[in-house]
Write a protein that binds this ligand. Sequence first.
Ligand SMILES: Nc1ncnc2c1ncn2[C@@H]1O[C@H](COP(=O)(O)OP(=O)(O)OP(=O)(O)O)[C@@H](O)[C@H]1O
Length: 236
Amino acid sequence: MIEFKNITKKFGKLTVLDGINLEIPDGQATGIVGPNGSGKTTAIKSLLGLVKPTEGNIYVNEETVSENWQYRDGIGYMPQVARYPENMTVAELFRFIKKIRNGEPSHEDELISYFGLEPELDKAMRTLSGGNCQKVGAVLSMMFNPDLLIFDEPTAGLDPRSSVQFKNKVRELKSEGKTILLTTHIMSEIEELADYLIFIVEGKIKYHGPMQQLLDAHKSQRLEGAVAKMMEEAAA
Ligand SMILES: Nc1ncnc2c1ncn2[C@@H]1O[C@H](COP(=O)(O)OP(=O)(O)OP(=O)(O)O)[C@@H](O)[C@H]1O
């Protein structure tokens, strides 16, 4: 169980997360949605320890993340914009990550093949296309078999076929009982993959709960309509 307790993050005078309280259930997929700049990536980075909250605590399995960095070994993260050593080849990058991470990868070759990365293995990271770079990020997030997977706009640079493949992989991970946290602006993707929804506007949680409950409350069949309505209400 992941808990955000009263998390505030300020960058200078800008309050990006404003007293957030959240519980993210285990073994489910949770979608985080909200307008550009609403604080989704900052919330994720706070959970990963890449951003230090100004106030509040985040707990993973009842332990404060600020005092216990071990929990990060159980997380796979695919960032929105990844920066890799640009002169390393894909194969070298995988070797490098294996060296610096504790634990053995469980199905690295299978993932490389699943995402069609074999022809890319000897190419330098700087020469990779955006989509293939995303796929490298996908493999890295999954290859140590983590219990929690965090995907920040994972399909943004993927072609339709790769996007379907990625989503099928997420379904597989869900069926294995993994906890998934996902941000995307593609509402159909959230509908397809998520059970829970977090809606965040200007650093405040406007909705947190089962997706179906939100659809029922807005008498809407589609998430896009319900979220658009919530965005209008928030802007009014
Ligand atoms: N390191 C930083 N220094 C200063 N401001 C920052 C920093 N990181 C994020 N911000 C600001 O915090 C706000 C929230 O950014 P964040 O990336 O969390 O939004 P987001 O909801 O993920 O947006 P998007 O949907 O566009 O990806 C933005 O105004 C952004 O400019």
